[in-house]
Design a protein around this ligand. Structure first.
Ligand SMILES: NC(=O)c1ccc[n+]([C@@H]2O[C@H](COP(=O)([O-])OP(=O)(O)OC[C@H]3O[C@@H](n4cnc5c(N)ncnc54)[C@H](O)[C@@H]3O)[C@@H](O)[C@H]2O)c1
Length: 680
């Protein structure tokens, strides 16, 4: 029988070597947002299991002291976070040279992780939540400590295996292999639902990585500003008849949410020259955006908010107004007073609708938090009834000419789950989609993803603002603004990026690009690193993209050949990126839409200036995007077919995409109708 002494001797990377004694419980600073207590549903047997699981990280000498402490965390917070092991100092992504490491990738990932937990960046930093209400870097602070140590030890001959926040260990590989392979929240099919996942998370065996939280690639709300800017701009062009070379001047966009991702909406409204009103129930989030300058004013009276918006619309000036209150109340006013809203959406956290993501009408944010804490009495019904009312108001506004779109937060699905069957096209289930469009189905999919345009991003690991400026200029030179209107929008975006002051946390940038655009910019940056013009760079993307994500209610909402319920693309993308030598690959369950609703993957590539990395860029970057374009082409998406035809010509001899023949719709319909009629 092995004992704990043998176990301790068998490891060189372990918690006890980091501390002489059990560390003191660090202070909790005032004013830092805390995650609501996660609903505790474990049986007494499961609670024992959760404790034993957490103590796996802890040497036996501390078990008696920590077991009651961990149990208290479990009972009061619904999870064991191991707060005692949280570093006392302010965590932030520091310049790469300040990190220990045995290879540059190991140092680079530490910058990324620490940025994800920065107080200025993370949503609930004490609970390791980066954004999206539940998206965590890892499950607990013991894991955080160990991951940092593993990354210090990691060499170019090893790969670190990260299983739902748990560092399983280092295993021999090669310089051409990924340095880190991450999975988060993956469940076996028959258990792939929120209840089973919630139990697994409380037991300490599963982590919700969202997309870039557990994939270590978050760059603050800037990451989503570009996508939001493109979405509302193109919604205006497509639905309001605004010409391709114009913006949203004089138009009103109403939405909700000023949190991690949704906080981007204010800035995107300003860049697109629109007027916006954004409802938010949590005043601390409004405060953050006001301080940042991404919101012009905060108003708690709907009449006043719409009055000021109308003045700005008339003057053709842009402003983003925060409405301090519930979005349903804001819409009640708009409906009763016949306010004309051009574009309408919602960005509450409906992927976690009963876990605090959606505050029901009729209670304050603080009351919501108390209800969550005290065990949900009646909370679900309050959420459901609010969602039903929310839907009715949207329907009235849509009938009056407002264009409503689901913003990838699972809003339509949440309304369906609240009992509204008529929201489904077929009146019974979401298989044929919803009566309102998701923004990907209608806008992002056909206009951007089908061509391969997606959220390419980079972080200047030196921490130097000057490096970011140089990369901005270099990226701009790689774009031909005359090719398509999408390129012109991207060109304008990067041209104005510095003056728009988008950076929160590390010196990072996002720039929507297609496959070849991404590859050319990456090669240019790697050359700049080689020539010592800039320090090393981390490349990546979020998972809200052409090829990395299978999510029928979001990223793959415009896949119409029946394959929207499959997850082959995301897994192929992830495996293909690993095979081609990306520095980090990540695969997650749930993403922005909740457990069981999506499989999504991401990557990171450290540009060290080497020829080896040039080769990885040439092979992996086009694959990461074009795998998705090829699948979209196979689903008969027109813009993807055109893009694939061009790609086959351009990459003759190296790549080759199978392109579909198109059957005549009328011929098929006639044949099937006649034959089925005969059969009856
Ligand atoms: N469109 C996209 O590209 C995209 C990208 C990432 C995430 N998302 C999704 O958008 C949602 C929001 O993400 P986030 O990171 O901002 O989450 P978040 O939880 O940080 O922010 C949501 C905000 O909504 C507020 N809120 C909740 N109910 C409200 C109500 N009834 N009225 C007014 N305000 C209310 C909350 O107080 C919170 O601040 C998530 O579901 C996420 O998955 C969308």
């Amino acid at each position: 029988m092995v004992d704990n002494q043998h176990i301790s001797k068998a490891m060189t990377i372990k918690l006890e070597d980091m501390f002489d004694d059990l560390p003191e419980m660090p202070q909790f600073a005032d004013g830092i947002r805390r995650a609501p207590a996660r609903h505790f549903t474990l049986s007494p047997k499961d609670a024992q299991l959760a404790l034993k699981n957490a103590l796996r990280y802890i040497p036996e000498k501390w078990h008696r002291q920590l077991a009651p402490e961990f149990l208290k965390e479990l009972l009061t917070r619904g999870r064991i976070y191991g707060y005692r092991f949280r570093p006392e100092e302010h965590i932030k992504g520091r310049p790469i040279d300040e990190y220990e490491g045995s290879c540059i990738e190991g140092q680079a990932f530490q910058v990324m992780i620490d940025n994800n937990l920065d107080f200025d960046v993370a949503l609930y930093p004490y609970e390791l939540v980066t954004y999206g209400e539940t998206g965590q870097v890892c499950q607990n602070w013991m894991q955080y400590r160990l991951i940092k140590k593993y990354l210090e030890a990691l060499t170019r001959e090893q790969t670190l295996v990260m299983a739902s926040g748990h560092p399983l260990g280092l295993f021999a590989s090669s310089p051409q292999a990924p340095r880190v392979i991450i999975t988060n929240g993956l469940m076996v099919g028959c258990f792939d639902d929120p209840d089973n996942w919630n139990r697994a998370a409380a037991l300490g065996v599963s982590n919700y990585g969202q997309m870039t939280a557990g994939g270590w690639m978050y760059i603050g709300p800037q990451g989503i500003v570009h996508g939001t800017y493109s979405t509302i701009l193109n919604a205006g062009r497509d639905k309001l008849g605004i010409p391709a070379d114009q913006d949203l001047t004089g138009r009103l966009f109403v939405t909700s949410g000023l949190g991690g991702m949704s906080g981007a909406q204010g800035k995107a409204i300003e860049i697109a020259n629109a007027v916006g009103i954004i409802a938010e129930v949590d005043y601390s989030r409004i405060q953050t955006r006001l301080e940042q300058g991404w919101i012009g004013q905060a108003i708690d009276d709907p009449a006043e908010a719409f009055k000021i918006a109308a003045q700005y619309q008339q003057q053709k000036k842009s402003i983003a107004i925060a409405f301090c209150g519930n979005v349903v109340d804001l819409l009640e006013y708009a409906v009763s007073n016949n306010v004309k809203i051009d574009l309408l959406s919602d960005q509450t956290s409906c992927h976690a609708v009963y876990q605090g993501g959606y505050c029901p009408q009729g209670i304050s944010f603080e009351e919501r938090t108390e209800l969550l804490q005290s065990g949900h009495a009646g909370f679900k019904e309050m959420v459901d009834s609010s969602l039903r009312r929310h839907y009715e108001l949207i329907k009235v506004l849509a009938d009056r000419g407002t264009y409503f779109f689901d913003y990838g937060n699972s809003f339509l699905k949440a309304v369906f789950d609240a009992g509204v069957r008529e929201i489904c096209k077929n009146g019974k289930d979401p298989l044929d989609g919803f009566i309102f469009q998701s923004y990907v189905e209608d806008i992002m999919g056909p206009i951007l993803f089908d061509y391969g345009y997606g959220p390419f991003r980079w972080v200047c690991l030196s921490g130097q603002e000057e490096d970011l400026k140089k990369t901005d200029r270099a990226a701009m030179q790689c774009i031909d603004p005359e090719r398509r209107f999408q390129d012109r929008d991207n060109y304008v975006w990067i041209r104005d990026a510095a003056q728009n002051k988008l950076v929160v946390g590390t010196q990072a940038r996002i720039l929507y690009q297609d496959a070849m655009g991404r590859m050319n910019i990456a090669l240019k940056f790697n050359e700049m690193v080689r020539n010592k013009k800039i320090g090393p760079v981390m490349l990546g993307r979020d998972h809200h993209d052409t090829g990395g994500t299978d999510s029928p209610f979001r990223e793959t909402a415009n896949i119409k050949d029946g394959s929207n319920i499959t997850a082959d693309m995301a897994i192929q993308c992830y495996a293909g990126n690993a095979a081609r030598g990306m520095s980090l690959v990540a695969l997650h369950n749930g993403g922005g839409v909740g457990i069981g609703n999506a499989i999504n993957g991401g990557f990171g590539l450290v540009l060290d200036g080497s020829q080896r990395v040039d080769t990885v860029i040439r092979r992996a970057i086009p694959w990461d995007v074009m795998g998705g374009v090829a699948r979209r082409a196979w689903a008969r998406n027109k813009n993807s077919i055109d893009t694939s035809i061009q790609y086959n010509q351009m990459r003759k001899g190296s790549d080759h995409i199978t392109i579909p023949y198109i059957a005549d719709d009328k011929m098929i319909e006639k044949l099937v109708t006649e034959k089925l009629r005969d059969k009856k």
